[in-house]
Write a protein that binds this ligand. Structure first.
Ligand code: NAD
Length: 354
């Protein structure tokens, strides 16, 4: 048996994880995966029940699981709580507790939704890239000073630190991931200016020697930001540090045109966590309006990266492709001439397409 911990969280998290579990159950029937589900709370929902956004018990259950499927957390109701009790703290607790060192964010431009992209169709058509972002190191976690006086002037500073093992770990993951895809890695750094980036580049080159069948190139982050909008089709896997990955993955997310369709994976040493990139969308929660595709595609990533069930993952992705090609649209991606459906119905259609 393979144990999946499902954490619906808040807002539309409840609806979209229910959809993803339905699709997983259907794919399990077909591929005999032996999936088992256990549910835990996080975010505001956990705060209401237990007085904390993430209990130790929930974290322990995740540590023992084969994979974690996460919905979303957050809502106005909890915005005025002290920082340590706010729903978002659950995400940081899981990242830290599970040692989630890499964030994987695919961006795929679906031919059927090409007009939702802010970029010209001829530029984005066929784009299919994956950003592998280092998640627990670099300037977000380095030593910092909020305020100090130097010669009577106030200043503040942050520090970018990367060690060889940290860079090796994320780079290996990027190359292994590229082998499952089109076999190309672009490493993004700022080696013309930053020492930590020069080490980054040196280690990436060393790791690449173990992957002779994967092509490697390097881009400075400023050029990478331009290339993402000028010619996103050139990319397969992009590997980069925490801060550059934070910025580039949001830039890449808009290329696809709909946040409702974007999955993500956060990879840990033992357990990994899978979630859509959007939030809890309180404005549409409980109204059968949420697009569950980002969460369903996150479940496909769970099958691919945690359970090594590539065929089952591909089957889910193909079922989503067919659903879109057949003209079914949730409200967020609906335009005239297509068939509008709610969360529950689109889930049934995806299951039927499996
Ligand atoms: P959001 O992503 O929840 O929503 C932004 C807009 O996109 C809203 O109009 C929403 O209706 C729409 N939308 C989002 N997902 C959708 C889907 N699957 N289908 C259809 N429409 C969808 O961002 P927000 O409004 O800035 O934040 C709402 C709450 O979510 C906040 O409390 C925020 O802190 C939290 N949040 C949580 C996460 C997370 O859990 N990982 C991430 C981002 C924001």
């Amino acid at each position: 048996m393979k144990k999946i911990i499902v954490i619906p969280g808040d807002g539309i998290g409840q609806e979209i994880t229910a959809s993803a579990v339905k699709v997983l159950q259907k794919v399990d029937e077909k591929f005999k995966l032996g999936l088992e589900y256990d549910y835990r709370d996080a975010g505001g929902t956990s705060y209401e029940k237990f007085g904390t956004p993430l209990t130790d018990e929930a974290l322990d259950a995740c540590k023992k699981a084969d994979g974690v499927l996460f919905g979303a957390v957050g809502g106005k109701k909890w915005d005025s709580l002290p920082v340590h009790l706010r729903p978002e703290k659950a995400i940081f607790g899981l990242r830290k507790g599970l040692g989630l060192f890499a964030n994987l964010r695919p961006t795929k431009v679906y031919p059927e939704l090409i007009n939702s992209s802010p970029l010209k169709p001829e530029l984005v058509g066929g784009s299919d890239l994956l950003i592998v972002r280092e998640l627990v190191g670099g300037i977000y976690f380095g030593p910092r000073c909020e305020s100090e006086q130097v010669n009577g002037v106030e200043q503040a500073w942050d520090t970018e630190i990367y060690s060889v093992p940290e860079i090796e770990r994320i780079t290996k993951l990027a190359f292994e991931t590229a082998k499952l895809r089109r076999g190309k890695v672009t490493s993004v750094d700022k080696a013309n200016v930053l020492a930590a980036s020069r080490l980054w580049r040196k280690v990436v080159v060393d790791v690449a020697k173990h992957f002779p069948d994967v092509e490697l190139n390097h881009l400075y982050v400023d050029n990478a930001a331009m290339q993402l909008v000028l010619n996103p089709k050139q990319f397969d896997v992009i590997v980069t540090n925490n801060i550059f990955g934070d910025i580039l993955s949001d830039e890449a997310a808009v290329i696809g045109g709909s946040i409702g369709l974007m999955p993500s994976a956060s990879i840990g040493e033992l357990t990994s966590l899978y979630e859509p990139i959007h939030g809890s969308a309180p404005d549409i929660a409980g109204k059968d309006l949420a697009n569950p595709m980002g969460t369903i595609l996150s479940a496909a990533m769970l099958l691919r990266y945690s359970l090594r069930q590539e065929a089952a993952a591909k089957a889910i992705e193909a079922a989503i492709d067919k659903t879109l090609a057949d003209g079914w649209r949730t409200a967020d991606i609906y335009t005239d001439g297509f068939k509008k459906v709610g969360t529950a119905q689109v889930t049934e259609i995806i299951c039927d397409n499996l």
